[in-house]
Design a protein around this ligand. Structure first.
Ligand code: FHN
Length: 583
């Protein structure tokens, strides 16, 4: 559970947008609804660019000479900057180095198939020319020109699809707009939200949907004070762009076409919904000079693969500077993603979710064409012994090849699954892709954890079967691809289990790696008819882990055993579990 690392605001948003979504998660990978639709191009796209750009790039995370915590684009709200003072930043917003063509080229070279740009964020500043407000790039900045138009033109020229983010409710500048924690400057109130909707949001939406050509996606955001009546009026405007795709953040009960997990990848995808994880490359959406907490290119590429393997899209953010440039770390990361997608793109674009519940070395996607299936195996942890086992896969294999270089590989059916002979060195340190072409049906047998050569049995979050009560939102896997844990485990009725193939009988020491801010959390581990009652004492935080010895168990004979871990209702407190192990 990541409560401690989330800001209060993010956590509140998480409740609005994300927690209800998680109610529908199941353990197997979720698939979107089938059938031809306006979603076709979007489902194939897999990777898009989010652009957060506006006046907030001027303060860039600093106010009155002091750094301000939190998201760059929230600075006006977070330190209650009066409108008149914030307007001064617009006077310094002069993006003379803005080159929309170069931005689109960078997105294209990275392998991104669409762009979503903040036409107006919560500070109310419009990048576009608007008759409904003077708070725009044209009228409030020395630059004096529409900043959206060049991007629209560059996208059209380069064949890039373009969607618009529009903050429909939060507007801290135009009178009457909402503010998540209420207004801090009496000039914000205007004549209330209804007038704001009628005089600013609706006319601006009309401008956006009629004056800039095709708009592929409408990205609403944060529906503060958005009731049904207000949302109805905004929703009706979508008819101006037939085929437009909308997200789930309008409010007023509208679900939109896509669900938008923010800053995280759902453990198993989202059942019955198209979804798009939006994510920052560092910790902010809008540019902040001092935010250097960049995710590595490897993490971003593996995130893309992870998302594709669960049937979703990755909308990866860039926050340009006030001069109109992408910061260098962003350019480097886009280039690295591009190097990977150039070689391996076919393993994500137009593919569908993995048929495997668990792959201990990475992820998979698939493409079905008639009776033929291409399975794309994304190997994060390349085997050191020249053998890659695809656990439980039984199929008629036609060919196996590496996408990098195209070398053909040999493969054989074994009791464990398909065994592929691979080179000793990984073709790609981040994610090497192997295409397995299959003719006809394939079956995948349930996964069991194997005992390691040194006798250890490691039962991690990734290989666990998670059992929640029907309709209950509780235990789930979370974290990055290489650092997963079971979290959000708030219900004592939720439990986890693993199927384990023991090679050796014997007595094993049982250990857990867990964390909890509670004084203690009690649970038991069962193997056969043995039950170990155990307690994990406070580690101070969910994400602070200790290794704890729980006791010993005896495995009387080799073979398949089930290990279960169940909360003790009398002493259970929410706990994060990284792994249990037997040695
Ligand atoms: O408050 C915004 C935030 O600034 C950013 O725009 C993100 C992107 O999804 N949306 C909101 C938080 O959910």
């Amino acid at each position: 559970m990541q409560l401690s690392i989330l800001t209060r605001r993010t956590w509140a948003l998480l409740f609005v947008f994300i927690v209800p979504i998680q109610l529908v998660l199941s353990q197997s990978i979720a698939h979107p609804p089938a059938g031809p639709s306006k979603m076709d191009w979007w489902r194939k796209a897999r990777l898009g660019m989010f652009i957060h750009w506006g006046v907030y790039a001027v303060p860039a995370g600093e106010y009155q000479g002091k750094p301000v915590d939190g998201l760059g684009e929230w600075i006006m709200h977070d330190v209650s900057i009066p409108r008149s003072v914030y307007a001064g930043y617009a006077q310094q917003f002069n993006p003379v180095k803005y080159n929309a063509d170069a931005w689109v080229t960078m997105a294209k070279e990275a392998g991104m198939k669409y762009i979503v740009v903040t036409t107006k964020h919560h500070d109310g500043f419009a990048l576009f020319d608007s008759k409904a407000s003077d708070w725009t790039a044209v009228k409030a900045t020395p630059y004096g020109k529409d900043l959206l138009k060049p991007l629209v033109e560059a996208c059209r020229k380069q064949g890039m699809k373009l969607g618009f983010y529009y903050s429909q409710a939060n507007d801290w500048y135009n009178p009457g707009g909402a503010a998540a924690r209420g207004h801090w400057d009496k000039t914000q109130a205007g004549n209330g939200m209804d007038e704001y909707i009628d005089k600013v949001a609706i006319p601006q939406m009309k401008e956006l949907l009629t004056q800039y050509g095709d708009v592929v996606e409408l990205w609403w955001d944060v529906p503060t004070d958005m009731n049904k009546e207000r949302a109805d009026k905004l929703h009706a405007l979508l008819a101006l762009q037939p085929g437009i795709i909308t997200n789930d953040r309008l409010g007023g009960g509208y679900k939109g076409d896509i669900t938008t997990p923010e800053q995280y990848i759902p453990a198993t995808g989202i059942a019955g919904r198209d979804w798009e994880t939006c994510m920052t490359m560092n910790d902010t959406w809008g540019f902040k000079t001092k935010d250097n907490n960049w995710k590595s290119s490897a993490t971003l590429i593996r995130n893309l693969v992870d998302i594709a393997s669960k049937g979703g899209n990755y909308l990866l953010n860039v926050g340009p500077t006030a001069e109109g440039e992408f910061p260098a770390p962003i350019i480097e990361r886009l280039a690295a993603i591009g190097r990977w997608t150039k070689v391996n793109g076919e393993s994500v674009y137009g593919t569908t979710a993995s048929p495997f519940k668990i792959l201990p070395w990475g992820r998979a996607t698939k493409r079905v064409e008639g009776a033929a299936t291409s399975l794309y195996l994304h190997v994060f942890n390349w085997p050191t012994n020249g053998q890659l086992t695809v656990p439980g896969l039984k199929a008629k294999v036609q060919s196996v090849r590496l996408l990098a270089g195209g070398a053909k590989l040999t493969a054989a059916a074994t009791a464990e699954g398909l065994q592929i002979q691979v080179p000793l060195l990984a073709p790609d340190e981040v994610a090497s892709v192997i295409e397995v072409k299959i003719q006809g049906a394939m079956t995948i047998e349930p996964y069991s954890v194997k005992q390691e050569a040194d006798g250890r049995v490691v039962l991690g979050a990734e290989t666990a079967d998670i059992h929640n009560q029907p309709g209950e939102s509780s235990a789930m896997t979370e974290g990055n691809w290489d650092n997963r844990n079971i979290g959000y485990w708030t219900s004592a009725a939720s439990w986890v289990s693993w199927k384990v193939e023991f090679a050796k009988a014997g007595t094993y020491t049982l250990k857990a790696v867990a964390g909890t801010p509670a004084e203690a959390s009690a649970f038991n581990v069962q193997i056969g008819n043995q039950t170990i009652d155990a307690t994990v004492r406070s580690t101070g935080d969910y994400n602070q882990y200790n290794e704890v010895v729980l006791g010993t168990v005896t495995i009387d004979k080799p073979g398949l055993h089930t290990v279960t871990l169940k909360p003790d209702p009398a002493g259970w407190k929410a706990m994060n579990l990284r792994q249990i192990s037997l040695q």
